[in-house]
Design a protein around this ligand. Structure first.
Ligand SMILES: C=C(O[C@@H]1C=C(C(=O)O)C=C[C@H]1O)C(=O)O
Length: 370
């Protein structure tokens, strides 16, 4: 009997330690992934790819830090020879780089992956950035090829910070991705659902699942990012908590999808814009921004102009101009079908009816169904 108990204990301990190994492997691979992402960005900053002096520095650095560890300097050196080789391989590849805001598994990244698979159709890598401004700055400097920004959510409306960031840049909209946002309840694989008390996520995601959380008496905990919440749950092994995030986040951080599509409104969609330095010559939609004179009927004049040419508006948003008080800037998206043959003439006419008209870009829209 005692022996059997001992065996049980060993088996339990073995399983527990192996789970820790799995978690550590996930972390190691995520860190390696991050290192390769940085290498890709470095690749855009320098002339020739192989830099033997730098490689010696890297090797001597890893040798010195691993001296006293179980890793040992010889092992570290062997391992890093492969890492450096992979790093060079990636840098010499021709993959396009697409910046998104947030951590891996963010909805922006899912939209960017749809753009790659269905529009771009060439090798491309999604790279995480902290802010919209960081993304724009990197596209402007040619250090990445495209950026993706969320512009509008079907439940919450426009996302002004992204719109202003675009306005202050020299970039153009080249594609729109409309993505259904299906929030999932994510947990550690070993979590007993009865023990869940807290749910971590971005305030918007928590708000969009308010009724669901209330029904199950779960306590919301705000976190800066949905994918970040999933990563926190995984790295801190929180067995009394869950996160709200994407299926992709579950896959990346080794979490289980306990329940899919938990948002209170099933038709939750976000539109994202793909930004580039180069404008497109044509597209089924066009985005413009302008100011209007402060007089009665100024907006009506513009709307009548669209109506007279049978041009359908797909979005009209006004936001404070920021440079002057009480001045509003309009952001209008329209279908180009009716005016494509005489597009420049149409825009010139619009320019005459508005102030500071700026073309934000011609683009096609990809509406993702699943
Ligand atoms: C990343 C770089 O490019 C190559 C890869 C290196 C690395 O992965 O550390 C180091 C030197 C270069 O051969 C770099 O120049 O820093």
């Amino acid at each position: 009997m005692a022996l059997e108990n001992g065996m049980d204990e060993r088996t339990t301990e073995l399983a527990r330690l192996r789970e820790i190994i799995d978690t550590l492997d996930t972390k190691i691979l995520l860190l390696l992934n991050e290192r390769f992402e940085i290498a890709l960005r470095i690749g855009r900053l320098k002339g020739s790819i192989v830099d033997p002096v730098r490689e010696d520095e890297v090797l001597s650095h890893v040798r010195s830090v691993s001296n006293e560890l179980l890793v040992g300097s010889k092992f570290a050196e062997r391992m890093y020879a492969s890492v450096l080789q992979r790093s060079r391989e990636l840098q010499s590849g021709s993959a396009k780089l697409i910046g998104f805001q947030g951590e891996h598994g963010a909805y922006s990244e899912i939209a960017a992956l749809k753009f790659i698979a269905e529009v771009l159709r060439e090798r491309a890598v999604t790279l995480p950035f902290r802010t919209f401004e960081d993304i724009i700055d990197n596209v402007e400097r040619g250090l990445i090829d495209y950026g993706i920004l969320p512009v509008q959510n079907s439940l919450e409306g426009p996302i002004p910070s992204a719109t202003y960031a675009l306005l202050e840049s020299d970039l153009y909209v080249v594609c729109e991705i409309v993505l259904p946002i299906r929030h999932c309840l994510l947990t550690l694989p070993e979590t007993d659902p009865r023990n869940i008390r807290f749910v971590y996520s971005h305030p918007q995601a928590l708000a969009q699942c308010r009724n669901f959380l209330k029904r199950l008496s779960l306590e919301s905990v705000e976190y800066y990012d949905t994918a970040g919440a999933a990563r926190k749950l995984a790295s801190e092994r929180m067995s009394n908590a869950a996160a709200i995030g994407s299926e992709l986040a579950a896959k990346i951080y080794g979490l289980e999808v306990l329940k899919e599509s938990i948002q209170d409104y099933p038709h939750n969609r976000t539109s994202f814009w793909i930004l580039s330095k180069e404008t497109r010559a044509t597209g089924s939609k066009c985005a413009v921004t302008f100011l209007l004179e402060d007089r009665p009927g100024a907006l009506l004049g513009v709307l009548e102009y669209f109506k007279s040419r049978e041009v359908n508006l797909t979005r009209i948003v006004s936001l404070p101009s920021r440079s002057e008080p009480h001045v509003y800037r309009f952001f209008v998206d329209f279908e180009t079908e009716r005016v494509l043959d005489s597009f420049d003439v149409f825009v010139a006419g619009l320019k005459a009816k508005t102030m500071e008209l700026r073309m934000l870009g011609l683009y096609d829209s990809l509406v993702v169904e699943r």
